[in-house]
Each structure stands twice: as C-alpha cells, then as structure tokens.
Design a protein around this ligand. Structure first.
Ligand code: BJW
Ligand code: ZN
Length: 239
C-alpha cells in the first residue's frame, strides 16, 4: 500500500486543475498565531469582541489595538516553506487557484499569483462613512484612524462575523472548488462558513480532497486523504 503522502504526490502531479484552501495554520510557522486552539488568539480574547461589527462599534480602540499589534507582527514575519511550496505548485499546474481565509498577505509576498482573499486584507483600511478604501502598510499612530476625505471613522478592511464576503471573490472561489480535480485544505479548523463550504462543494463534485493539518477537523472523515503535521514540513515534501 502506498503511503498517503505518496498517493497525494501522485494525485498532485496528475491533476490539471488544483484549488487550495488555506487558513491561519499555514502562517503558524511564520510565527503568526492562529485563532482557535493552543496558542491561538481566541484562547485569551473573545472573538465576539474583536471580529464582529458589534464588537467594533462597542470598542473601536480595543479592536484597532489588536489589529495594529497583528499588523506589526505580520510586517516582521516572512513567508515559510509551506507558502513557498504553494508558489511552486502553482508554477507547475495548468489551472491553479489559491483561496485563502488569511488577511496577512503572506501568500502574495511568497509569490503566489492567483490568490482569492475571502476575508479581505489587514493592509486595507476602509472608511465606515464614505466607503473609501486605502492600502496602508505603515504603523498607525492614531487609533482609530480617520478618513482624510470625510473625517469618518476608519476600520480594518477585513470580513467580520455576520458580514458578507466580497461577492466576486466568493463566486470565483466557488467556481474553483466546483471545477478542480483536487482541493488541498491546509491549516484551517474548517469551522467558519462560507469558507469551509468550499470543501463541501469540492466533495460534491467528486474532487480528490486532501487535508493537511496537525489536528483533526470536522471534515477529516470525509476527505480523501489526511496528512497530519505542520504545513511547512508536509507541503514541500509533496512536490
Ligand atoms: C496548522 C499548523 C501548521 C496549526 N500547519 N496547520 C453556516 C453554518 C453556521 C454558521 C454560519 C454559516 N454560514 C455563515 C455562518 C456564520 C459565520 C460562521 O461561520 N460562524 C461559525 C463560527 C459557526 N460566518 C460569517 O459570519 C461569515 N459571513 C457570512 O456568512 O455572511 C453571510 C451571512 C451574514 C449574516 C448572517 C448569516 C450569513 C463571515 C466570516 C468572517 C470570518 N472572519 C474572521 C476574521 C477575519 C479578519 C481577521 O483575520 O481578523 O476570519 S474569523 C477567523 O476565522 C478569521 C479566519 O480567516 C477564520 C477561519 O479560521 P482558520 O483559518 O480556520 O483558523 P483557526 O485558528 O480556526 O484554525 C487553525 C488551524 O490550523 C487549526 O486546525 C490548527 O490545527 C491548524 N494548524 N498549526 C498546518 N503548522
Ligand atoms: Zn471617508
């Protein structure tokens, strides 16, 4: 019997269309904490207070302080071997779509090209009043920042609980999940929808689905192959 890793290597080399769904776990080896689980942000912080429009309305300064700390940590972090392996996989695959829930931009910094960001970007800032968006990589001095056009309060350009995902991005992700031969699911607890629904779509369309995660997820028993371990070690080993 070939090992799971060998079978996945074969499947990857034969697939013409590959989609990848990534979550916080792929950036863990770059030193960025995940949300859930050991060492995750939400062990000591409540996500209702930090990642919801209600939490922001109640305490914009607290929410901005959390995002600003993360922006600083991410600016210092570097893409890891897992991010780089996905760049190489894209280079050698005919049709490749990287669907990420991450807002850190590390896939793009590693060199991935066809990236769909389901939950926005931590480097985008949006005015609540006039909707103007800007990219800002600098350290923010005033929290919350204020819009230069209309003096409105600005917020992080990310998608919080209860908010709609960007429609075109979600539709392109759904198409990639529907049409791929193989979906790699890397470093996500697969608990947040509609992102986790990409796995259901790929399974319904009979794609080979591979989960790469040190821990089990609600989808572990449904996928075709599970590879247990850190993405930065497992992904390079599959190429
Ligand atoms: C490693 C590793 C290593 C560790 N290598 N792996 C259907 C059913 C039930 C509820 C809903 C539903 N549809 C919608 C909902 C509501 C809600 C939802 O999903 N709730 C669930 C929690 C139940 N969804 C929404 O509200 C979404 N909007 C929406 O659906 O709009 C329509 C609508 C509106 C109103 C009402 C109803 C519908 C929006 C979701 C937005 C999520 N936003 C956040 C914050 C983004 C900004 C930011 O970064 O601050 O996105 S929350 C947070 O969770 C973040 C992440 O992208 C997301 C997913 O987390 P992820 O990536 O899975 O991280 P972790 O930490 O959970 O897991 C890490 C994994 O890595 C673990 O498994 C580790 O084992 C693993 N790991 N080291 C590989 N080295
Ligand atoms: Zn404005």
């Amino acid at each position: 019997m070939p090992s799971n890793a060998e079978a996945v290597r074969q499947a990857l080399s034969h697939a013409e269309s590959i989609a990848v769904l990534t979550g916080a776990g792929i950036s863990a080896e770059s030193g960025i904490p995940t949300f859930r689980g050991a060492g995750g942000y939400w062990n000591h912080l409540r996500f209702e207070d930090l990642a919801s429009p209600q939490g922001f309305a109640a305490n914009p300064k607290l929410v901005w302080t959390w995002y600003e700390e993360r922006r600083r940590d991410i600016a210092k972090a570097k893409p890891n071997a897992g991010h780089l392996a996905l760049v190489e996989l894209e280079r050698r695959t005919k049709a490749f779509t990287l669907i990420t829930q991450n807002v850190d931009g590390l896939h793009e910094r590693a060199g991935s090209q066809n990236v769909l960001r389901l939950h926005g970007s931590i480097w985008t800032i949006r005015c609540e009043k006039c909707g103007a968006e800007r990219t800002d990589l600098s350290e923010l001095t005033e929290l919350p920042p204020v819009c230069v056009n209309c003096q409105g309060r600005e917020r992080p350009g990310v998608v919080w609980f209860g908010e709609m995902l960007p429609e075109q991005v979600l539709s392109a992700a759904g198409k990639a999940a529907r049409t791929c031969d193989l979906l790699l699911v890397v470093g996500t607890a697969a608990q947040v929808y509609p992102a986790a629904g990409m796995i259901d779509i790929a399974l319904e369309h009979h794609a080979v689905v591979v989960e790469i995660n040190p821990d089990a997820t609600p989808y572990s028993d449904e996928v075709t192959y599970t590879l247990r371990g850190p993405a930065g070690e497992l992904l390079p080993n599959l190429l």
